[in-house]
Each structure stands twice: as structure tokens, then as C-alpha cells.
Design a protein around this ligand. Sequence first.
Ligand code: ASP
Length: 424
Amino acid sequence: MSAVAAQRWYGRLHWQVFIAMALGIAAGAAGGADIVPRVGWIGLLFVRLLKMVIVPLVLFSIISGVASVGGGRNLGRMFSKTLGYYILSSLLAILVGLVLVNVIRPGAGANIAGAGGATIPELAEPGTPADLLMRMVPENVVHAAAKPDMLALIFFCILFGAAVASLPEGPRETLSRFFNAGFGAMMKMTGWIIRLAPIGVFGLIARVVGLTGFDSFRAMALYMLTIASGLAVHLFITLPLLLIVLGRIRPRIHFRNMLEPLTLAFSTSSSGATLPVTLRAVEKKVGVSNRVSSFVLPMGATVNMDGTALYECAGVLFIAQVLGIDLSLGQQLVVVITALLASIGAAAVPSAGLVIIFLVLESVNLRGPEVDAVVGIMLAIDRPLDMFRTSVNVFSDSCGAAIIARSEGEEGVDKEQEKGGYDT
Ligand code: ASP
């Protein structure tokens, strides 16, 4: 991109993506299902490109990052801060959902049980804490990378990075330089793919609108509005407050710097597929070091899902309301805790949040054909909600990276970035 074009609004990538979104909506609405085979593949191809870089990017990023953190006490400190942030932000999100569903009561009086037509996906693997630990340790690391099983891969990379850090200077230097160089190459490749975002986003949005249309959304309007308001409160009030209070970071600037990952999270509905773009934006634009971002972001994409956590809690309470079941305070507390665990266990892919909602429903004994029917209807209209919650998931990860970078004494985290795009 030339310097002149970079200064004009239409030369900026996020504007190009916004325009592509608008064009995608128009094309999907006008073309309906017919448009799907014509342009849908463009979006899917773009997602494939993003997925292609995830495993090597995460591998190089975490190993080079952890090697520079060093082993032992430093690593332990980063780990506790990161985990502390994940739990705090997810719990705050869940509380917002809890309050809104109890105040708005979108499911009360709604007569939709039994009307489900959609097929319900298979229940994902259970997510108890012990299962989660078990999943974290790969039996075979090549298999974990090939699957890819991100939690297991991350676990191995963190250990490997710590091992590199504790080698004597000679081999440590050699390996660090190798992984740093590999990371640089992967970032460069990611930059090339990001350039294609406007075309990819057009295909993705046209496909979604062409497939679902707008009709099915009307019946569930209040439910959708409740979830969307909760996500908006978390995105525009809670997380900015965390940025200010915990990191002394100006939210306006952080939002600006995160525009590209946010628009991509929105159009791909996958924090996993967005991860390469998030990593790049947090380092190049927000100004967080590789040492912090490589630690906080890949793990965050997999386990820190504020939007999903809010959705799990609000969704289950909604189903209970539809079925006319009053959940006691104790039961709601169980929902809160299981929602947190479910969001940790949910994969960073589209609709993962909806699939894993069965886990939270089970925790308060909500099961049976009526429950399945309501979840079926929720599935039919899940995509737009998924787009919103994925954006919240990604934004929360970036806030965590910025806050932790600040707490590690990094300067220049919330500087207004001059550049309109990435230098690829
Ligand atoms: N799609 C979400 C994500 O990738 C997960 C979810 O369905 O809630 O972050």
C-alpha cells in the first residue's frame, strides 16, 4: 500500500472490510440461497488460509515468547496473571448475562417449545476440570499438532520454551534465534493473508445472509436482543473499565488498534481462525511485546471466552424460562460456574458455544425433547450471536494482553498508531 493510499480512508484495511461486509449483506439478501455456491467458497478459502498458519504460528510464537520470558519464577508469575485475568473477565461477563436475563426475562411466556426443526449437533467432549487437565497433556505431540488440539499443543510449546530458556547460553541462543526467525516469517505470511480480508469477508457474509436470510430471527428477537445487549455491555463498558483500572490504557485507542481482528472475528465466528490476525494486531498496533502476547493470546483464544461464557449462562436461563422452570439461586450459581467451565472447554470455532450449552443444561438437570427443541431453534439463529460473542472473546484476549504487558512494565502499549495498515 502506498503512503498516500494509507492516509485515505478507503485505503485502510478495516474500512475495506466494513465495505465488504455491507456488500456481502446486500449480495446475500438479493441472491438468497443461490448466491451461496457462487461466492461462499471465497470466504471458506480465506478461512482455510487463516487456519493454515495457525499451528506453525502458535508454535513459533509460544516457544520464542516463553524462551524470552525465561523459566521458573517469571513464567509462574505470567501464568498466574494470565489465568487471573481470564477468570475475572469471564466471571464479569457471566454476571452481566445473569442480571440481564433475570431483568428482561426474554423466555417468560414464549411459546416455542416443540417447534424445533434443526438438527442438534453431537455433544462435545465433557469439560470437567479433570477432563480439561487430561486434554491438556498430549500423548503424542505430532498428533496434537495435526488434529489440531490447541490446548495440548500450547502445553507442549510452553514446556519446550521453558526448556529452551534453561539451556546454557550457546544452545539457548541458537534455538532462540531459530524460533524468533520462524516467528517473524509466520507473521509476514499472516500479513499477506490479512490483505485478502476484504474479499474473504465479502464471501463469508454473503454466504451467511444467503443461507439464513432474516425471517427466522423475528420470533426470537427479544432473546437475541438480550444476549446482544449483554455482549455490548461487556464489550463497551466492562472491558474498557478493566483496561482503564487495571492497565491505565485508553479504550478508544485500544479499540482502534483492534479493528481488524474485531471485524474478522465477527465475519469468521472463530477466535481460532482470527488468532493470527489478533497476534499481529496486538504486537504491531497495540504495541505489546512478543513475550507477553505469545503467552496470553494463543491460550486466550482457546480458554478465555467471555462472550461464550455470557451466552452459556444467559442461554440456559432463557431455556429454563421458556419451559416455565424457576431456577433457584443455588441452581443459578451452578449455572454460573458450569458456564465458566464450558467457555473454557469450548473450541474456538463457529457454534462451539451452542454445542457446549448441553453441558450447562445438564448441570441443572435440564434435558429431554423440549429442551432439544428450544436448542434447535437457538441453533437456527445462532450465527449472528456467534459473530458478536466471538468478537467479544477476541477483544477480551487483547485487553488481557495489553493489561498484562502494562503490569510487566512495558511502555508504549496504548499509543495511537500512525499506520493505517500493516507493513507486509
Ligand atoms: N465461535 C466462538 C469462538 O470461536 C465460540 C462460540 O461459539 O461461542 O470464539
